[in-house]
Design a protein around this ligand. Structure first.
Ligand code: IPE
Ligand code: IPE
Ligand code: MG
Length: 245
């Protein structure tokens, strides 16, 4: 097992399920929102780490479709934190040539969160370094239903035929159209599930699970995940011999 990072084989796209904020707060005898506030430093560390390593896309699962069912107070706290963080971090993104993008049902966000997000996306739109993609009010099943609707719409308008539907056509109607699939997906907090994240895009992604709770996640954990990824053999359905040759 190689312990050192190979800088020539950094994944182009890393996706992260940032989990464990509530448990982190509970361990400290604090309210859940305290964990969410401490998650921001981990987000900044992951962005900075990804940027330094030359990662092209970093997708962060920030709020799922299902998270709307949490207590209203927690949902409000998370939305306020989103507005504050985006506002605070635009200068950092400009300084580091970072472009902000998003996937998910943005129309369901509170108007202030929606406006701040749109503004930050516009401000950073011409940056061409790392692209940070926030998954907000996002779920993989929602996205697939959306794509199905968009495709059905084109068929009913006569701009697409049933025979023309290929895997590429489906991919092109997803929220992530034009973005390469992640090579590596990290989930923190010791949970071994996908929780409705990027269902289509994770088809051949290497999965890295760590017990670290998200507020404790730092650059060294990101590097450990990439080293783990670099030690995997990606076969895409072929035999081990085929991919070695
Ligand atoms: C992840 O941490 C953040 C969001 C889902 C918004 P959690 O809030 O899920 O923390 P746990 O899983 O309860 O510890
Ligand atoms: C997944 O975490 C969603 C985000 C990290 C935003 P959850 O905490 O919502 O997932 P479950 O409920 O444990 O599956
Ligand atoms: Mg959780």
């Amino acid at each position: 097992m190689k312990e050192v990072l190979d800088r020539e084989r950094i994944p182009r796209h890393i996706a992260i399920i940032m989990d464990g904020n509530g448990r982190w707060a509970k361990k400290k005898g604090a309210m859940r929102i305290f964990g969410h506030r401490h998650a921001i430093q981990a987000v900044k560390d992951a962005i900075e780490g990804a940027e330094n390593l030359g990662v092209e896309y970093l997708t962060l699962f920030s709020f799922s479709t299902e998270n709307w069912s949490r207590p209203q107070e927690e949902v409000n706290g998370l939305m306020e934190l989103l507005v504050k963080t985006i506002t605070d971090e635009v200068p950092m993104m400009m300084k580091n040539n970072i472009r902000l993008e998003s996937i998910g049902d943005l129309d369901s966000l509170p108007p202030t969160a929606y406006d701040k997000l749109m503004e930050a996306k516009k401000t950073t739109s011409t940056n061409n370094g790392l692209t940070v993609i926030l998954a907000l009010s996002y779920s993989g099943q929602w996205e697939l239903a959306q794509a199905t609707k968009r495709i059905a719409q084109k068929i009913s308008e006569g701009t697409l035929t049933v025979e023309e539907i290929t895997q590429k056509v489906v991919a092109d109607h997803l929220e992530t159209a034009g973005i390469p699939d992640p090579e590596l997906m990290i989930r923190t907090s010791g949970e071994f599930r996908i929780s409705n994240f990027l269902l289509w895009q994770l088809a051949y992604t290497e999965l890295h699970f760590t017990p670290v709770l998200w507020p404790d996640f730092r650059r060294e954990h990101l590097i450990a995940a990439i080293v783990d990824y670099q030690n995997r053999e990606r076969r895409f359905g072929k035999t081990g011999e085929q991919v070695k040759s």
